[in-house]
Design a binder for this molecule. Sequence first.
Ligand code: CA
Length: 712
Amino acid sequence: MTKEITLWPASGLLLLTLTFGCTPVAKQEIPTDSGIPGLVTDARWQQADREPHNWLGVGRTYEEQRYSPLTQISDRNVDDLGLAWVYDMGSKAGGSATPVIVDGVMYITGPWSVVYALDAGTGKQLWSYDPRVNPEDGARGCCGVTNRGLAVYEGKVYVGVFDARLVALDAEDGSVVWEVNTNERDNERRTITGAPRVANGRVIIGHGGAEFGVRGYVTAYDAKNGEQLWRFYTVPGNPEKGFESKAMAEAAKTWTGEWWTQGGGGTVWDSMVYDPTTDVIFLGTGNGSPWNRRIRSPQGGDNLYLSSIVAVNAKTGEYLWHYQTTPGESWDYTATQPLLLATLEIDDKPRDVIMQAPKNGFFYVLDRQTGELLSADKFTKVTWASHVDMNTGRPVETENARYENGPQLAFPSPFGAHNWHPMSYSPDTGLVYIPHQQVPWVYSDEENYEAKPGTIFNLGLKWPDYPEDPEVLEQILPMIKGSLVAWDPVKQEKAWEVEYPTIWNGGTVTSAGNLVFQGTPTGQLYAYKADTGERVWSYNLGIGIVAAPAIYAINGEQYLSVLTGVGGALSRIAGPFAAAYQARHSNRVYTFKLGGTATNPPLPERRPQPPLNPPARNAGTDAVDAGRDLYARSCMRCHGEGAIAGLMDDIPDLRHSPLLHSGPGFEITVLNGRDGTYMPGFASQLTSAEIEQIRSYLVKRAHDALDQEKDQ
Ligand code: CA
């Protein structure tokens, strides 16, 4: 591979000639700080290390290492880090985005896919854009109206909207330049929460929705006008309709039964990384739809390309290679987790690798040219597989891993040993910093499963009931652990680990100042020495953090910024684990610098719950049990496991609902939804009798909570 770079300084601009492989790029001007907002060109992207003061994309550069070369803030002076400014988005839903900072302007997304442009030095709002998602569509997704970020390119800002639109905005004023609907048909349950990626004149986006019975794909659009360039499906459709590509024909050989009737899944809802030297985009694909392979593909099979890293030609959308982390996925073990490119010294040779720590608990290092698996090892407690066989590249599954002979307690859980929270890599230490969590789960088959694509969960297994059983919960809780793991990807071993009192901790960022930063859902922001893990700074925001910070500089002054507000699956679903996090909840951008003296604005009030005051128990065990299963499929993803609401205090805890006293009132609310909130109507999903069973279950759970209060 030839790689030739020549630079001439000319009248304040840099001119350069780039030759990447056999596709030479013509002489291009690099108009850094040109005065034209968001003018990020391919040349700037490819030379991102020449402008360390900017954070050009969610992962900073195409490698997405989330590493800042800036050194002003270091392990020697981090003590002096103070608050520079705070911007309040005025919202309270999930805050998951990493900001993008270009030439003094910060572009960031809040919940409901709202975009903000801020003066990165002061936090003053320059403009904002609200795509006005229909509130009822807020319950479309599995995990809230969160958004993980945007892309800035050639003077435009690209955002994927929760209702599956892709919008291009003018970076100068936020006005809409073009907008497309990425759905194939009306009424599909696709949602976009991930950041688009931009490269070579294209903007590329996937979507979520595997729990609701969709077929995964990724689409590339012309960045200038939104014209569709290609679409790459991640799982095959109905063979009778013909396959879209050779890759789909090959994939179909690994599926059985009538998988297409249930969607298939494999959604690319978060990570994609681009390699400009080869013009390849790497996709991280998600779980099967439904989760349980026995139902999805009854005679078995690997079910390509679920839970895989797939390399795709970014120009044509053609399949190049794949590595499947979890063949025959049956546990919600997505491989959508952050992908990261680096050059590692392996066996005394530099290797261009792609790395991932997906939900399934193994850390993978692959050659990114060929897809060759270089190594795979457990970075957490893993019980579903003993190891990855390096001869076959396949995991070796343990006894009853697929819960075919009865319920199976397993590590990791569907929440993942590592979820979407970005990991980072420091070329100085050679370590990867993983927001790790250890959560057990009981997998059990659902014999009488009935697929109902639409607004309810389609998992094909029974949701475990231990969150509702105080005795079992007491046994489970000590097994739960959250930590920051510094992982050596060459040795495939842990360099150091810092434990937290909770799981669902924030994404990480690292810097040449020998620092790694991470926030927690309990409202702390920490700095550690990147080489040793020694904690060298902390700041109590009082507001939960799950997003990753970004690092940038303006006029020679270095800043660190992070979005607050918890969000995503665990914050909503895992009530019993999440409810104990006492931090407040609000979407604010907190920005720090050395010597910063701003004060933390008053914390938002918690929304009080009505008192626990249920009516008398109104049904027998069978109806309550039936109500429990219906609740798990229809209500739990917002209102929480075991009817214990999670961290999202804009969503009521139904055990406290005054509506429990009124069968007809409860029914009308569930059937019709509630205007102005994201409570959708379930008229096409649930019958009156079923809604009454759900109410009976909630009444029972309210009494459980009362009994528990009396015990304490
Ligand atoms: Ca999933």
